[in-house]
Design a binder for this molecule. Structure first.
Ligand SMILES: [Zn+2]
Length: 336
């Protein structure tokens, strides 16, 4: 049975609840339908990752603004992993990642995948206008928007957040990838949790979306955007030990690695020191899932080097995030 709960009102306390107290108001993942002047709803998902509160805080500010006035457009709000939020974690150990469970996922069917299939069907039937999924990340990254389809309305929506846009089709099973099949959809990366600027930026974007009448189907002017596509996702190879601090590991990652995020780096950039092994300690997979590690990495003189010019993102010093998600993504510029 799907654990999804649906409401058509805001439960008491929701607009002021701290992220870790949300679970006492919404014990399950919950869809909340709120009615506005333009009827096709803006879909907003927050807290798919329990330790990424910026989306929740932005939505709380947005809904507080419209407490005494009609919403310019209907909103359907999805509050995802409130259980993990209660513990300040991305997900609980026994849970799947809530941003890998959406239609298109490679995960086996579960209560969670059935839930997301149901959500997409509900929103299709409600003639969803556009979809926004709000995240934080742990590394030192600028704010940017991700899209999974290059058509003009997607780029138009993303460009309302800022000039930096990342196009990707992998990982699969992400919220914006599923919604891209039925409406313009975007994932917002709002920097680290706990930064007020991230909340304000997401709030302004969402408020702007509520006032849109349509998303134009013509190109965003080339000088207004920097568009990159993800060419590889880099994870740790199996049974490889790694650390930023310890030396008795297979891969000693450089301590200033996250400074490389969103920097175009040349071939021959070292990411760390390799010990005790001769095989590459990382695995790079391209957008189709092919292993392309040898295209991007080599070991020379005990160092892990990049082999071609690239631009990393999502490099983080958080070893737990590296274990649960990935080391980084590699990107290349899409010329306009
Ligand atoms: Zn996230």
């Amino acid at each position: 049975m799907s654990p999804l709960r649906q409401l058509d009102y805001l439960p008491d306390g929701l607009l002021t609840a701290k992220p870790d107290k949300l679970h006492s108001i919404l014990p399950e993942p919950t869809l909340i339908h709120l009615y506005g002047k333009k009827t096709s709803p803006l879909f907003i998902s927050v807290m798919l990752h329990g330790n990424e509160p910026t989306g929740l805080l932005a939505v709380q500010a947005l809904l507080q603004k419209y407490q005494q006035q009609e919403l310019p457009r209907s909103i359907t709000l999805f509050l995802g992993n409130t259980l993990a939020a209660a513990q300040g974690l991305r997900r609980l150990h026994k849970q799947p990642d809530f941003n890998r469970i959406w239609p298109g996922t490679e995960y086996p069917e579960s209560a969670e995948t059935l839930m997301t299939t149901e959500i997409v069907e509900i929103m299709r039937n409600r003639n969803v206008f556009a979809s926004v999924d709000v995240h934080n990340n742990t590394g030192l990254n600028p704010h940017y928007a991700c899209i999974n389809n290059l058509e003009h309305p997607f780029q138009q929506l993303a460009s309302l957040f800022g000039r930096l846009i990342v196009y990707f089709i992998r990982p699969v099973g992400v919220q914006s990838g599923a919604f891209a099949k039925i409406c313009p959809a975007v994932t917002l990366e709002c920097g680290r949790p706990g930064q007020q600027y991230g909340v304000e930026h997401a709030f302004e974007f969402l408020d702007g979306c509520l006032h849109l009448t349509e998303l134009p189907d013509h190109p965003v002017p080339a000088h207004d955007i920097d568009l990159f596509h993800t060419v590889a996702q880099v994870t740790m190879a199996e049974n490889i030990s790694y650390s930023f601090g310890r030396t008795d590991v297979n891969l000693q990652l450089n301590k200033d690695l996250e400074k490389l995020n969103f920097t175009e780096i040349p071939a021959g950039t070292s990411l760390g020191k390799v010990n005790y092994i001769r095989t590459l300690p990382v695995i790079a997979k391209d957008e189709l899932g092919n292993i392309v590690t040898d295209t991007f990495f080599s070991i020379e003189n005990g160092q892990l080097f990049t082999k071609r010019p690239t631009m990393p993102s999502m490099l983080t010093l958080d070893e737990r995030v590296i274990h649960q998600d990935c080391l980084c993504y590699l990107m290349e510029r899409i010329p306009s």
